[in-house]
Design a protein. Structure first.
Length: 265
């Protein structure tokens, strides 16, 4: 009986083929390469904002759209091929550089006030410091759609400010940037609130339970006065009251010149 020929890879259903994925420590992934390209294009964007005039500003707008669209592309690739530690750090950092750098250039040429830039920069600094503190406590605050809405509103606002057709209607750009500032501040406060909740939960989880029924725990908690009330009712006849036993343990530890905590281990 002739042997059945196996289907070649190109003949198989693409849905049956395994996806090519990367481990969490990979660096040179397609998603990260797109992020690197976005950062590399940022100086050109800033240069065009500072120097482009008239119809040349359409090239600036087109490059800005390409830069921010690449953020969607590298996010798609990361989800499909596996997220990496480096990508999780580089992607939001590239977004911050793009937004802050472009806004600084726009403020320099007078298209926007420095105040929105200052508010956005302070928000990013506060969140970055809090994230660093939380990471040292091994606490990770998951991202939410709120953060994505913040980045999207910032990108749209910068695009509106770059539109040559709106030079006669500067109010449109001002409204767009202040809407972005609102999303930026609100998402920052939401992140700090959720992060504080995670840190508090982590602290409660790490705190060992205290057994208030042991003599040593009573010493730690300073419960001699509280246990006196239970001596007469809770102790079996002929046993030493708890308060006296606490005093004996204290005297024993004092005689041995060993702190109470060390004498228990």
């Amino acid at each position: 009986m002739p042997k059945r020929r196996e289907a070649l890879p190109e003949e198989r259903d693409p849905a049956e083929l395994p996806d090519f994925t990367f481990g969490p420590t990979a660096v040179l992934t397609p998603a990260n390469l797109i992020t690197f390209a976005r950062v590399a294009a940022l100086p050109l964007v800033i240069y065009l904002i500072l120097t482009a005039e008239g119809s040349q500003r359409w090239w600036t707008l087109g490059l800005w759209i390409a830069v921010m669209t690449s953020d969607l592309l590298d996010g798609f690739l990361a989800r499909k091929q596996g997220t990496t530690t480096s990508g999780a750090y580089l992607d939001p950092l590239a977004d911050k550089f793009a937004v802050l750098g472009s806004l600084a250039a726009l403020a320099y040429v007078g298209h926007v006030s420095w105040i929105p830039l200052g508010i956005i920069a302070l928000r990013e600094l506060a969140v970055s410091l809090f994230r660093s503190y939380a990471s040292r406590r091994s606490v990770t605050v998951p991202a939410t759609p709120f953060g994505k809405a913040k980045t999207l509103s910032q990108s749209i606002a910068i695009g509106v400010l770059l539109l040559p057709a709106l030079d006669e209607l500067p109010i449109v750009g001002q409204v767009a940037i202040w809407v972005a500032v609102g999303f930026t501040v609100a998402s920052g406060l939401d992140y700090l609130r959720r992060g504080s909740t995670y840190l508090a939960s982590e602290g409660r989880a790490e705190q060992p339970p205290v057994d208030e029924g042991t003599i040593e725990s009573a010493i730690k908690l300073g419960r001699a006065d509280a246990t006196d009330a239970t001596d007469a009712t809770d102790q079996p006849e002929g046993t030493t009251p708890i308060s006296q036993r606490i005093a004996l343990v204290r005297d024993r530890d004092a005689d041995s010149d060993v702190p109470p905590s060390a004498s228990q281990g």
